[in-house]
Write a protein that binds this ligand. Sequence first.
Ligand code: ZN
Length: 292
Amino acid sequence: MLISRDPHVQSVVRIDCDAAGPRVVMFCGIHGDEVSGIHAIEKVLYDLFGGTRLLLRGSLTLARANERAIAAECRYVKHNMNRMFREDYGPEIDRGSYEFQRTQELKPLLESCDYFLDFHSAPIANEPFLVAEQDAVEFYRHLGIPKMMTGWSKFSSGTIGGDTENYANARGAMSATLESGSHFDKSSNDVAYRAAISLLSLLGMIGHDPRPAAVDAEIVEMYSVVTKEFDDFRYAGEASNFKLLPKGQAFAHQNGQAMTVSEDSYLLIPMKPSDTKLHEEVCYLGRKVRRG
Ligand SMILES: [Zn+2]
């Protein structure tokens, strides 16, 4: 097992094993204030460097993605890096910016890996969940995270495209994004660390952990994007992620009118209406996926 710095990209560590195996990449700090993944990845590295765990096959690449935002303890410096992983950029993107340049450095890591996991957390208390596309759901539902969201790529154009996971997924890597809970809750660190260890364990890359049991994760597929079109947009009742929205019942109001769903649905990633600009997405709607 060899631990080395990537010669081409700063703040990227590679752990290589002589025995062939999967090439795994993990990112933390794409958003610099989401510290649980940073703790998790550092702990994994310390485990391997300190000899508590041994990599048995394949390679593991660990990256602190937005180093400047991590140092400044903010989400990003100029551009949201999780909208930057794309081929083409509009005129609104400053090509001289740190985030643009850092993204170009990191892209090749996602173009040549087999599995990719990106670590995030949220500003509000949230139960952990994974985001993965349909072809990766079956694999990642074994990670031990009880809720999963899928179908994001159907909507990943324009303002919500450019995320790391879809970039890697479109290039052949089995990819997922982990939202490990609240930034401020220390248990998010443990959720993130357990997920990293479970992934390596599932792939037979570390030996100490018994193979994690498949959890029957609840999977919800996004089917609609809700945008804030009027200043009076408000949720009906308290908005929470994965909240069940019964058919026909108002889940929000805008322009003085109730908004309802035509089938039982789930509210996904509700954002604060006051922080959302007009014509931007404020939440998503999903339906439960029933597996055969
Ligand atoms: Zn994030």
